[in-house]
Design a protein around this ligand. Sequence first.
Ligand SMILES: [Zn+2]
Length: 86
Amino acid sequence: MPSKKHVSIRTCAVCRDKDNKRTLTRIVRTEQGVFVDLTGKQSGRGAYLCDKPQCWQRAVQTDVLQGALRVSLSVVDRDRLRQHTP
Ligand SMILES: [Zn+2]
């Protein structure tokens, strides 16, 4: 049996595109709100967004990301995500 190299495949919460971690940004839910997790290591419930601006816009404007994170996005959270839109 050849050894399989482990590659993390993530799915964009909005468009469901699958890719490796590189092109997807982790969004993490913490007690302080919803943040863009640039380290990918922050603890908390996470979801991923790809690098398409429309996915970030939909994440802010629709319930998709809220559903993935099981949390309501506050105005501050939405503003924060807008600032990170690719
Ligand atoms: Zn996407």
